[in-house]
Design a protein around this ligand. Structure first.
Ligand SMILES: *Cc1c(COP(=O)(O)O)cnc(C)c1O
Length: 357
């Protein structure tokens, strides 16, 4: 049995052992996931008119998205069960995370990806970590159906968020928010794709509330992309489309849990257009110095939309989850930006280019 390396207080299995389904036989693995920054807004808080606005920077996780929080536990439990391989369907970040923890633990990682709809940075991660990648001519929902069937008959552990350990690990982000603010915020804005993360946060807030670490629970505000909004529309979307590839999902696996989180918290699940997502994406980067991927910006786009009709948010404490780093999807980042012509390495020429001469 592989021993976990000694860790100096980093990693969700080390920080929150009492809240996770760990046994003496669960390997304590980590790549340093969790403990991500919660930073106060310097611009959008006033611009939007929020009492207090914070961003939780989940792009600071080891593979650049929140998926690492759940993956570390899912892989630890797979190892504990004696599994030698893990499998997932992915819009990109799940495969990047699975491949990293698989590599770390010396087990095989198999990923099924919808061809043509995974951001290049995410695919690059899976390649470099050494995963076996099977592209399919189909979308995420079909890929998920496939891996569920494969895992049912082959000796591989499914590590999509239908694996309950994923949500158990991901709920630790809610603990961190409460630990940082000394209580739960009034509202939590979060992108919704397969709907695992909103469900995990709600589980975390509820556990902390029951345990007395939080006196209240936030309204859970989930945002889907308008072209991939099955929960908002109340029916499966067969051909989901959005620039925010991480939430390009037409049939969320945790649909019922997300609806329960919405209703129990008195929150809402709504949608934002790609235009609104990209506007929030640029605003976040230019005015806050926060570069999230397009899906991550759905939380901020959602807040902008909600605040237009709900002025009471001006008295509230709000957290937006920035679920992944923008570096994974540089195609979207440089879209429409014309590359400048290089010029002579000459002071006069550069001064002219800057409009200083
Ligand atoms: C996975 C992911 C989402 C969506 O989370 P779900 O749990 O599928 O709802 C949003 N943003 C990023 C960056 C992701 O990787």
């Amino acid at each position: 049995m592989r021993q976990g390396t000694k860790s100096v207080g980093r990693g969700v299995l080390f920080r929150y052992p009492d809240y996770l389904p760990l046994t003496a036989d669960t390997p304590r693995i980590t790549l340093g996931e969790g403990d991500t920054p919660l930073v106060r807004s310097r611009f959008l808080e006033k611009e939007i008119g929020v009492g207090e606005l914070y961003f939780k920077l989940e792009g600071c996780n080891p593979t650049g998205s929140f998926k690492d929080r759940g993956m570390v536990l899912a892989v630890a439990k797979a190892l504990e069960a004696g599994s030698r391989a893990i499998i997932c369907a992915s819009t990109g970040n799940t495969s990047a995370s699975a491949a990293a923890y698989g590599a770390r633990c010396g087990i095989e990682t198999l990923v099924i990806v919808p061809s043509g709809y995974v951001a290049m940075g995410k695919l690059a991660q899976a390649v470099v970590y050494g995963a076996r990648i099977i592209p399919i001519e189909g979308n995420f929902d079909q890929a998920l159906q496939l891996v569920r069937s494969l895992a049912a008959v082959h000796p591989v552990t499914l590590v999509n968020s239908v694996n309950p350990h994923r949500l158990e690990g991901q709920k630790t982000a809610a603990f961190e928010v409460v630990d940082a603010l000394d209580d739960a915020p009034d509202y939590l804005f979060i992108p919704v794709g397969n709907a695992g993360n909103i469900s995990a946060y709600w589980q975390g807030f509820q556990e902390y509330h029951k345990g007395g670490q939080a006196h209240r629970r936030p309204k859970m505000m989930g945002y889907q992309a308008a072209g991939a909004a099955p929960i908002v529309r109340g029916e499966e979307v067969r051909n989901p489309q959005t620039v925010a590839t991480a939430i390009r999902i037409g049939k969320p696996a945790s649909w019922a849990k997300a609806v329960a989180a919405r209703d129990e918290s008195g929150g809402a699940i709504d949608m934002v257009t790609d235009e609104e997502i990209l506007q929030a994406y640029h605003s976040l980067a230019r005015h806050e110095g926060v570069f999230g991927e397009p899906a991550s910006a759905a939380s901020v786009a959602g807040l902008m939309k909600y605040a237009r009709n709900h002025r009471e948010i001006g008295e509230s404490r709000v957290v937006c989850i920035i679920t992944g780093t923008g570096l994974k999807d540089t195609d979207t980042a440089v879209l429409g930006a014309a590359p400048a012509q290089p010029m002579a390495p000459d002071m006069k020429a550069v001064e002219r280019a800057l409009g200083w001469a």
